[in-house]
Design a protein around this ligand. Sequence first.
Ligand code: ADP
Ligand code: ASP
Ligand code: MG
Length: 411
Amino acid sequence: MALIIQKFGGTSVANPEKIKAVAARVMKKAREGNSMVVVLSAMSGETNRFVDLAHQMQDHPDPREFDMLMATGEQVTIALFAMAVKAAGLDAISLLGDQVKIKTDSLHTKARIKEIDTDLIRKYHNQGKIVVVAGFQGVTEDDHITTLGRGGSDTTAVALAAALKADACEIFTDVEGVYTTDPNICNKARKIEKITYDEMLELASLGAKVLDIRSVSFAKRYKVPLHVRSTFTESEGTWVVEEDQQMESLPVSGVTYNKNEARITITKVPDTPGIASRIFSPIADAGIVVDVIIQNTHMDALTDMTFTVPSADYDQAMEIVAQIAKDINAESFSGDKDIAKVSIVGVGMRNHTGIATTMFKVLADEGINILMISTSEIKVSCVIEEKYTELAVRSLHDAFGLDQDNSKKTV
Ligand code: ADP
Ligand code: ASP
Ligand code: MG
């Protein structure tokens, strides 16, 4: 008998019919004798609806109350799911994050899981119940409800898999697995059979929302093999696993894009030691993650600092920057939300040269101007004007041969 975690995203539980179908799928596994933990998202569209409602009350919704609201979507689906199971003849119980005791820190709207108590889940498994857990939520030491950030149900699933030492962690979604790029914008995208944790971390952090980045970090740290697959078909999906040698044969495994970033520039800053820290410390203290940073030095001991932040944090970042610019005597500052970051990712980049230059040439040939560049061992990212995103993604996907069947290819 195995302990299996199955997570279903918002489109998989979008209406009562879909919830019943998902329940039937889970029950099949339960009837085979497995102990099941099901993690559910809110019905698709619901979480966005809550965001909208909250903003009708406050420009910057109170984070604690925001989480209180955001956490309700999952409460609906887990209860309906448990009812569907009972109606079909098996037993189930729905549990909220605080009932399971998914303990988090107190950083509302992007809380991190610190600890999970597995006693209650085990107790209900011993009673033969399917345990249905609300994704995306937890509770602080002081009993305040928190949420883990958008897409956080994946993280709940993987953290539960690690805590329960589950035999399998399956992430069910509306596509058949992890693709070479977003199949919804590139019809030549191909399903990847196997991908390393490190590549998946890069893909997720660079915009492939098919898995939440923190779920991949958990999976890597606790060596939880993940299977990303479709809710609507039985076909094998993508395995996210540790690296093996064969995986380095391709230079590029995937292309991603992220339109949810904004660029901020502080112009003519006195170029003195400690200036970067004075600019970025207050931004970090506000919990804002700065991504690509470029510093351009002028002849006259002045420098420009350009960086990107998530669009959701843009207004707050601009407020902080206004103060910083004054404090450090910068000449001016400006921001731009109409940018996107396109990236190529692959562990094989370590062994191949010329990958970045190919990327720059592909973009140049399409007449796309590169605004910023950042690289790591296994990725190259370019910030471009947002309107060119789809064109850039499709051109790069073709240029690196990702539309071909590369599964047997070695170099
Ligand atoms: P869920 O609601 O099941 O969590 P998400 O919408 O969060 O599903 O993630 C699935 C979506 O991720 C797909 O519909 C697809 O548009 C998008 N996506 C982006 N990049 C990729 C990729 N490389 N592979 C697969 N899906 C991707
Ligand atoms: N319902 C949450 C969201 O839409 C969490 C999730 O679906 O993973 O972001
Ligand atoms: Mg998701």
